[in-house]
Design a protein around this ligand. Sequence first.
Ligand code: ADP
Ligand code: MG
Length: 322
Amino acid sequence: MKTDALLELRDVSRSFIVRNGLFAPKKQLQAVRGVSLKLMPGDVLALVGESGCGKTTLAKMLLDTLPPSSGQILRGGSAANARNRRERTRQLQAVFQDPYSSLNPRKTIGNIVSLPLRVHQQGNPAEIRATVDRIMNLVGLPPRFYNSYPNQLSGGQRQRVAIARALVLRPEIIICDEPTSALDVSVQSQILNLLIDLRAELGLSYLFISHDLAVVEHLASKVAVMYLGRIVESGTARTIFDNPRHPYTRALLASVLTPDPGKGVPDIQLGATFPNPLAPPSGCAFHPRCPLARPECRIEAPPNVVDETGAVECHLYKEPIL
Ligand SMILES: Nc1ncnc2c1ncn2[C@@H]1O[C@H](COP(=O)(O)OP(=O)(O)O)[C@@H](O)[C@H]1O
Ligand SMILES: [Mg+2]
């Protein structure tokens, strides 16, 4: 199970059993369908796709908080086991979307940021305090916040607390799941810039999840585009932004280019809406919304074509474009 990646997913799937009502029959919802993905040292890998496409489910599996239904998740070459559990938690930390619910309202900021150090027994109280002071300074939190509570802070400040807490154990990888979506537009760029600065300073690698391609444009070195549980296109950020191949990636980019300040989830001008994951379309899941769909797109699953710039899963690219 050797891998050169910091983090690797191999053909990972996850389904949930759901029912629409008390007496409705149980159904299987495939949230993630056969995803393979690598995070290499120094990467800022952006995972982009509309709400409901499976991004958070994927993040939870990477964080060991949700087991995959099938497939492998490797971290530096090894899968999770009882012995490496502690070290795995230290290596990989997360920042979530909502800084209001992710911080315990009854704990002080000092308490929240120092908790991982205490749990992992990283030093005596004086050393822990010094580390927390240093990290708070690094993320731009004034020392006076040490004894404050989350409700005394703004959304942006709370997200800085969440970032400080993620950094305090000196992880190698940070998973950011929509870290700026709950913040005011004016604060979003401050947090994005902070993440960029921290990456350079601490040598971090990021998996950065967003429904908005515009958010990741200045941050990502690689992009993976997700649609209904599958990665439909991936490649370097330059390729994805300059030469997108999948019609879905193009649609996402087009919606980014539509000037509509403050708009949330991209509105894709393709007629149909996001499909019901309980009844996924046949063939290529994107075909009902695809302006370029051909007859075979309704019937056959598209091939996954890999070349040196990335991978694309679409009938339009049957041959490797080498
Ligand atoms: N615990 C769960 N039980 C049932 N369905 C779930 C659960 N978690 C997520 N889902 C479903 O899986 C799909 C993907 O969800 P999610 O990973 O949260 O997407 P995203 O983060 O891209 O918005 C959605 O259809 C969602 O309703
Ligand atoms: Mg999500």
